[in-house]
Design a protein around this ligand. Structure first.
Ligand code: ATP
Ligand code: MG
Length: 300
């Protein structure tokens, strides 16, 4: 369990977190929030890269400041700006990071390459870091965080640069490890439909405050997307449908050759489907809708 208890922290004199508490106990927890919400700061505090001014943080009962070495063996981290020395190869990095985490170097190399095999990049094992693409570096970032199958793995934007296949591979592997190796993951991401696939718990933070913590199952059960898109192939068809929907009192907006219609209930959706004989698709996922509802359109 990750226990963040009444912490206060700020880079300057303005606090980012003030009396902030959060307990995370999910197998795969998704931590979401706008740019600048404080997600990465929270990770840095959780692993002791930054020092809290007040309160306490523990992961599995270990303090990141007082039991740093023990904590690093139990917690794998992939940083947002994962940067590793450019002159060393993947294989060398795996051995080195494994040793820092208390592993045998050969075992670390074997485990790391086994993860990279899933991503199909083992042929890059002896390539210098400098020669890797952004996605390859990210695959390596994931592989090093998993070394030793630690109890906790914290991943800051793990899928941002990955292609579709690699993203699916990464998400499936995370879920597989969470249940077969009894590991716990905290994933920071803006790709909310990725989180929808893999998380069992969601935490939303906003301007250093906890806005919501809920199981994914409840979010999916209770949530509903309220904006839908209907695409047309001619302006005439679009105009006809616009009039039909407006006559029925729906809030409709033109978007190119599509219409975006706002609904309040599943009944509305069925009615719209009867009124216009076109495919209707949700504008966002349920988790994206929750995020928009909670955080609104405002941006810092
Ligand atoms: N090293 C730093 N020095 C001063 N301020 C910082 C520093 N790092 C982050 N901040 C500020 O702290 C706030 C939280 O930043 P943080 O990086 O934690 O956000 P985030 O939620 O991870 O955002 P993103 O989604 O963009 O990664 C922001 O206002 C940011 O400008
Ligand atoms: Mg961040």
């Amino acid at each position: 369990m990750i226990n963040i208890d009444k912490i206060t922290f700020g880079y300057g004199k303005d606090p980012i977190f003030e009396d902030f508490s959060l307990q995370m106990n999910g197998k795969v927890t998704g931590l979401i929030g706008q740019n600048g919400a404080g997600k990465t700061t929270l990770v840095n505090l959780m692993i002791g890269l930054l020092r809290i001014k007040d309160g306490s943080i523990t992961i599995d009962g270990l303090s990141p400041l007082k039991q740093r070495e023990e904590l690093l063996k139990r917690v794998g981290v992939m940083f947002e700006d994962s940067d590793f020395p450019q002159w060393a190869t993947i294989r060398e990095h795996l051995r080195f990071i494994g040793q820092l985490r208390g592993m045998d170097a050969a075992e670390a190399e074997r485990q790391g390459l086994a993860t990279l095999e899933r991503f199909g990049i083992t042929e890059k094992a002896d390539e210098k870091f400098q020669k890797l693409s952004a996605g390859m570096k990210q695959k390596f970032g994931i592989a090093q965080a998993l070394l030793g199958y630690p109890n906790y793995v914290i991943l800051d934007e793990p899928t941002a640069n990955l292609d579709v296949n690699a993203r699916i591979t990464a998400l499936e592997y995370i879920q597989d490890l969470a249940y077969t190796k009894d590991m716990n993951f905290v994933i920071l991401s803006h790709i909310l439909h990725d989180l929808e696939r893999v998380c069992d718990e969601i935490v939303v933070i906003h301007k250093g405050r906890l806005l919501k913590q809920s199981s994914m199952a409840d979010i999916l059960k209770e949530g509903m997307v309220r904006d839908y898109t209907v695409r047309f192939t001619s302006p005439e068809e679009q105009e006809k449908s616009l009039e039909t929907l407006q006559k029925e009192g729906y809030e409709v907006r033109k978007r190119g050759l599509a219409l975006e219609v706002h609904v309040e209930s599943r009944g509305d959706l069925e009615k719209i489907q009867e009124l216009i004989n076109e495919d209707i698709s949700p504008v966002r996922s349920i988790l994206e809708q929750l995020f928009v509802d909670l955080v609104g359109g405002e941006s810092d």
